[in-house]
Design a protein around this ligand. Structure first.
Ligand code: GDP
Ligand code: MN
Length: 381
């Protein structure tokens, strides 16, 4: 889960990292009121994507009129495919120098990568490519934690000016603490700014929490910004379904992630394109199958639905029951290709054959998943 800058900054502040004064605005009027209070300000689009500055999502404003004008531009604007609905208004900093501090999971080295640079502002890949002498990197073993000597090495190796050692040392320590405490996959301050008054302050903030750890951080899970997530993905998540929207026209329902991926592979192999990935999991109930159908049918791109079930714990008769329930309660109006194999497949098929005698909906029963993929691609054309 990615947190917005304003949310991440709140957490940084709670953990002793200095941040600029700021307030969140959801309308031009709110921006106006905040800028009236702050004077010179920065309008920062709250979209969950990096490089907002370059993409035109960050505006320095020097008067209330200018703020109103820029806020009107920003609200509703699309920044790298993300709609701006919130603007974080901050007091403007007089920047003397930009630096970088970040931590990220380093799976290859089975640790946490600590990255420090004595310059910042641009993205870290660019710093590494253009100024390798200004960047330092270490793998931290989370078992021992971050040692003070490692922080000193990071400071020396990134050619950090000595006058900032003490301040930045403290910030590195506090940011590592945030990384561990919130079970983050990544956290970053870019730029870490030195102001003309010599204050060291986090001008930007990134904090991505490991989704699998969210159940231990209930207060953070509540911050999840559903406006930024596909509506259907949100509904599916609440129902306990694994749904990912894709851009093809064949709706896919399968049981298990492996089965779902194999089904998508076959669709591609036949020259088709899946409209989604929907895994109903093992042991899916009739009710869940019905929910899965209703989610897929809300995607207007879907021309055909391919249901591919291999019953182990999942029982084919339950899947058939769910499908029949769904078709009795809603109008589908597009063909369904159905492959049922495994536990109770005979019962399942019989139920479907019976149902077909009394419905106008089109269900094509197939034997194998290869045959199903071929049929689905054909029907989608
Ligand atoms: P990002 O582009 O999404 O990483 O957004 P940032 O928050 O890092 O802002 C991009 C750039 O805008 C920073 O690197 C700064 O150069 C500039 N910027 C941000 N806040 C201020 C500020 O308060 N004063 C000044 N002068 N520049 C700022
Ligand atoms: Mn930044």
């Amino acid at each position: 889960m990615k947190l917005h800058e304003y949310q991440a900054k709140q957490i940084f502040a709670q953990n002793g990292i200095k941040i600029p004064k700021g307030k969140l605005a959801k309308s031009v009027e709110e921006v106006e009121a905040i800028v009236r209070e702050f004077g010179k300000a920065v309008l920062k689009s709250q979209v969950l994507v990096g490089g907002r500055g370059k993409a035109g999502g960050i505006k320095l404003v020097n008067s209330v009129d200018e703020a109103v004008e820029k806020a009107k531009e920003l609200f509703g604007k699309e920044i790298k495919g993300h709609l701006v609905e919130k603007i974080y208004v901050e007091e403007q900093l007089d920047i003397d120098r930009e630096m970088y501090v970040g931590f990220t999971l380093d799976r290859a080295n089975k640790g946490i990568a600590a990255i420090v640079s004595s310059i910042g502002g641009m993205n870290i890949e660019e710093i590494a490519a253009k100024h390798p002498d200004k960047i330092a990197r270490k793998t931290i073993n989370p078992k021992w934690g971050l040692w003070d000597y490692q922080i000193r090495e990071l400071l020396y190796e990134s050619n950090m000016p000595k006058e900032y050692f003490k301040e930045v040392f403290g910030i590195i320590k506090k940011l590592y603490n945030v990384m561990i405490k919130y079970e983050a996959e990544l956290t970053e301050i870019n730029p870490l700014v030195v102001t003309k008054d010599g204050e060291v302050i986090a001008a930007d903030a990134r904090l991505n929490i490991d989704d699998n750890a969210l159940y231990r951080h209930k207060d953070l899970a509540e911050l999840k910004d559903y406006t930024e997530i596909d509506q259907l993905e949100r509904i599916a998540e609440q129902k306990g379904l694994n749904y990912v929207k894709l851009d093809g026209n064949i709706g896919v329902i399968a049981n298990g992630a492996g089965m779902s991926m194999a089904t998508m592979d076959l669709i591609y192999l036949e020259g088709g394109k899946p409209a989604n990935f929907l895994d109903i999991g093992g042991g899916a109930s009739a009710e869940l199958v019905k929910e899965a159908m209703s989610i897929i049918l809300q995607d207007k791109n879907v021309k055909v639905i391919f249901i591919n079930i291999f019953g182990g714990i999942t029982r084919c008769d339950q899947v058939a029951e769910g499908l029949i329930k769904a078709l009795s309660e809603m109008k589908v109006g597009i063909p369904i290709v159905l492959r049922l194999a495994g536990t109770n497949e005979e019962e399942g098929r019989k139920m479907i054959e019976e149902f077909l005698k009394q419905t106008k909906e089109e269900i094509v029963l197939v034997e194998t998943m290869e045959e199903g993929a071929k049929k689905a691609v054909e029907l989608a054309r």
